[in-house]
Design a protein around this ligand. Structure first.
Ligand code: P6P
Length: 335
């Protein structure tokens, strides 16, 4: 119930995980629950660091670079270290892949789960206060399987869960372990993520398109024609609005809530797109499909791609089912 606008029935993420697991996996030993709670602690820590970044000299460059050749921000390094330490300590992980670490991290004597993550995506936005986020995917290996990078070089169809945490005007966690994604909001006074939407659904059509128009001279004909159709519909319908934050978690969260389409296509310069398959494309595709939306490349579903390397990139178009179908008509049209 709600009294004076306050929920008098708070369901925290740890409680939700236990109830959900008991319902969906009554024979589970609770290892996934331990892992999800560890992820929850790391996200709360990063949210706290992001909130006080300006006050504790956490803004600005750390003077180091990563495999992406990008300048690492201090917060990038803090977030990466927190996730690696908390996941290692959980005792549930055998392989970790982070955008900020060149090679996979193998944890000997670890657990059955592997986590691929971008600890702080959108970091170019940190210093100007624009929303940033954490994205992660969870794989499960057979007990007999040795811990190796092979545990995570699997298609997104083999993910057992995915989540993102948006450090925005409020801190939102969106999480699915096979069902429709649940949306939690961090209540700072409790220090807990509290359930706000039990089952998220992407509207089947939206009126927002989201793409970096600064790359338009690089797009292929199909993408150019589709974007033109968004701006000036040939059926005389109303144009779509352009919303582009430049932080994938913010752009995807808005797309799931409001509908529409988010695009980072391959283009003449970024021939495989810019976003990373393992810890950006796949987890977001898993969450959007779990919410009834779609996520494709120029060729087919993102989740069908079998990765060859942990930092490989993929083009991605995701969002409302009908908007993706309209895009597909352009992608499949004869050039
Ligand atoms: P561009 C942020 O650096 C990021 O990895 C994603 O969060 C975001 O969607 C994309 O890159 C933005 O890229 O080329 O439009 O600045």
């Amino acid at each position: 119930g709600v009294t004076n606008g306050l929920s008098t029935d708070p369901l925290t993420l740890p409680q939700w995980v236990l109830v959900q697991q008991q319902k969906e996996a009554p024979h589970a030993r609770g290892n996934l629950s331990i892992l999800l709670n560890a992820i929850c602690v790391a996200c709360k820590f990063v949210d706290s660091a992001v909130r006080k970044a300006g006050l504790s000299d956490l803004l600005g460059l750390a003077g180091t670079g990563n495999i992406q050749g990008e300048d690492q921000k201090k917060l990038d390094i803090v977030a990466n270290e927190v996730f690696i330490n908390v996941l290692r300590r959980s005792g549930q992980c055998s392989v970790l892949v982070s955008e900020e670490v060149d090679d996979e991290v193998i944890i000997e004597g670890g657990g059955e789960y592997s986590v691929v993550f971008d600890p702080l995506d959108g970091s170019s936005n940190i210093d100007c206060g624009v929303s940033i986020g954490t994205i992660l995917g969870i794989y499960k290996k057979e007990k007999t399987e040795a811990p190796s990078v092979k545990n995570v070089l699997k298609s997104g169809r083999e993910l057992v869960g995915a989540a993102y945490c948006l450090y925005g005007s409020s801190c939102s966690m969106v999480l699915s372990v096979g069902k429709q994604p649940a949306h939690f909001t961090l209540d700072p006074s409790l220090g807990e993520f509290v359930l706000t939407t039990p089952a998220m659904s992407v509207p089947e059509k939206g009126n927002i398109y989201s793409i970096n128009e600064g790359n338009s001279v690089l797009w292929d004909t199909a993408v150019s024609r589709y974007v033109q159709e968004c701006k000036n519909p040939s059926n005389g319908g109303s144009p779509k609005s352009l919303r582009y934050v430049g932080s994938m978690v913010a752009d995807v969260h808005r797309t799931i809530l409001y509908g529409g389409i988010f695009m980072y296509p391959a283009d003449r310069k970024a021939t495989k797109g810019k976003l990373r398959l393992l810890y950006e494309g796949n987890p977001m595709a898993y969450l959007v499909e779990s919410a009834g939306g779609r996520a494709i490349t120029h060729e087919g579903p993102v989740l069908d791609i079998v990765p060859a390397s942990i930092h490989e990139r993929c083009p991605i178009f995701l969002g409302s089912r009908i908007d993706i179908e309209e895009l597909e008509a352009f992608l499949h049209a004869k050039a």
